[in-house]
Design a protein around this ligand. Structure first.
Ligand code: NDP
Length: 496
């Protein structure tokens, strides 16, 4: 029944899309007499789609099913390896190979779900919902240069512009002020509360991750927020994983993507790290310089995220990805557990770095952050001022482009070819990868587990680069080819 309904709705939406596209082509033919530029003419000949794919190839489907089946076990494996094997990833595998452990004995040794963890997690999520929904932003009134409050998102593939209440920085500050106040004065709970309940919390985050993804999936069929931006592929697994609705909301303001992308996962990131540092103090009587480095470098990254939350409305997560298991479960489970692996590792293996090693990690992390932030800032400044700004002391160079939204509107855009955007097409990813490598190097070289993060980030960002370029090629056509001819490399000049 559900599959039939899927197909029916998919066909209906597909039909609407084709009709809109045909109408758009007709409208553009009428208006083409005043000598449009090359990019517009290209698009007039060929109807384009630049949102997510409608068709699912076998490779994508296989990847989706494998991820749905194995991603939760990958998270469990890493956390369990720390809990039972001091963060060694080879020991559990060798134990299994030698018959000294079975999957069942490993599973049975792991702490299970507890109501205490469920209570902690319920309070946490409820608190973040309350901060998100009920405390309008005042930070933009008191912090010079900070952009918050009600902001416009980017134009969706259907041509809509959504409004968002941006108050992430405020939520982060309130949450952390309470955390510090608790640790210093109130003592309502132990600062190690997170690590002390870590595996029971894993089950709770999984419950929320699956619940929210399933709810978003059903909602897309029954009461979608913006039906014109829904995408049905006709494949139930792909729809569940990659999402159908573009911007699911409850009411006018509870935006699933903005909430789950930033909170509860990213607000928690710095608290989780603080909890690891507190655990080191409790276990060994001191906090290692490696733990301080991981806390500081990751806190810079998290604060950057919230300081620039309005800017994040224009990133791929918000203006390209649909909301499904990939974002819902990923934000609830994958992010808080795997992005914080370095701190967890250092709880079980307290590494004290030599001064040159620590300085090297700090410099790599800060240089990576500088490249990441400057690249993102240059694009933002360039786009906000429509190119009327200075980049590296000069007027930026750029390629003029045009694209069409599914409602038939033709829009103009510019792709910058100077500054970091003239060095390679994604220097922001390069900087991000340098920062990620710094977190891993802070853990020394004894174990592989903390290096999972750089391997994962490399796969994520290279895949994202390819995905983004596919989207931009569809969006801008020949104009994108002119841009890639002008800036030939993706991440590293002369290499990739
Ligand atoms: P970008 O911020 O690089 O945005 C890509 C978009 O920018 C393109 O789709 C295009 O959009 C526009 N664009 C591309 N080239 C140019 C150019 N030359 N001039 C002007 N605009 C251009 O990518 P993301 O949204 O993926 O990433 C945002 C940040 O978030 C990155 O710094 C990334 O490292 C970070 N990130 C971190 C993750 C993590 O898990 N830690 C995960 C994902 C991202 P348009 O359609 O507007 O032209």
């Amino acid at each position: 029944m559900l599959l039939m309904k899927t197909r029916e709705v998919a066909q209906h939406h597909r039909y609407n899309y084709i009709m809109t596209t045909a109408d758009a082509v007709r409208k553009r033919h009428k208006g083409s007499s005043n000598g449009a530029r090359a990019g517009v003419k290209d698009q007039e000949k060929e109807p384009v789609q630049w949102g997510r794919a409608w068709e699912v190839d076998w490779f994508s489907l296989t990847a989706v099913i494998l991820l749905l089946c194995f991603a939760p076990f990958i998270v469990f494996f890493f956390i369990m390896a720390c809990d039972q094997y001091q963060c060694s990833i080879s020991h559990p595998l060798l134990d299994l190979y030698n018959g000294e452990a079975t999957l069942l004995t490993i599973w049975n040794r792991a702490p299970s779900f507890t109501w205490a963890a469920a209570k902690i997690y319920a309070i946490w999520v409820t608190f973040q919902v309350v901060l998100y929904m009920c405390v309008p932003d005042i930070m933009h009134k008191i912090l010079p240069g900070y952009v918050g409050g009600v902001q416009d998102g980017a134009r969706t593939p259907a041509g809509l512009i959504n409004k968002y209440e941006v108050n992430g920085l405020q939520c982060w500050i309130i949450t952390h002020a309470l955390w510090v106040a608790n640790a210093q004065y109130f003592h309502w709970f132990s600062p190690t509360i997170i690590i002390d309940n870590w595996i029971p919390l894993l089950w709770c985050t999984n419950i929320l991750g699956y619940a929210v993804s399933t709810f978003a999936f059903i909602k897309a069929y029954l009461f979608p927020t913006n039906p014109e931006d829904c995408k049905f592929t006709g494949n139930i697994f792909y729809n569940y994983m990659m999402g159908i609705e573009f911007n699911p909301r409850i009411g006018k303001w509870f935006d699933f993507k903005l909430f789950f992308n930033g909170r509860p996962g990213i607000v928690a990131w710095t608290l989780i790290n603080l909890s690891y540092a507190a655990k080191q103090q409790e276990l060994y009587g001191y906090v290692t310089n490696s733990m301080i480095l991981v806390n500081v470098l990751q806190a810079i990254y998290v604060l950057d995220f919230f300081w620039n939350e309005a800017w994040y409305l224009r990133t791929i997560d918000i203006c390209h990805d649909h909301f499904g298991w990939y974002l819902g479960w990923g934000d609830c489970v994958w992010l808080p557990f795997l992005y914080t692996l370095q701190g967890l590792y250092l709880v079980y293996n307290p590494v004290q770095l030599s001064t040159p090693h620590a300085a090297g990690v700090l410099i790599l992390g800060l240089v990576g952050y500088y490249i990441f932030r400057s690249t993102n800032h240059q694009k933002d400044l360039f786009r906000r001022t429509e190119g009327n700004c200075n980049i590296w002391g000069k007027k930026p160079t750029f390629i003029e482009c045009s694209y069409r939204s599914a409602d038939g509107g033709i829009h103009k855009s510019k792709l910058m070819t100077s500054g970091f955007w003239g060095v390679a097409r994604h220097m922001n990813y390069t900087g991000d990868l340098m920062g990620s490598l710094a977190y891993c190097l802070a853990c020394g070289g004894e174990h592989l587990l903390p290096y999972f993060y750089i391997v994962y980030m490399t796969i994520l960002l290279v895949h994202r680069c390819i995905r983004d370029e596919h989207r931009c090629r569809n969006k801008y056509g020949k104009d994108w080819e002119r841009y890639t001819a002008a800036v030939s490399y993706r991440l590293l000049p002369n290499i990739f």
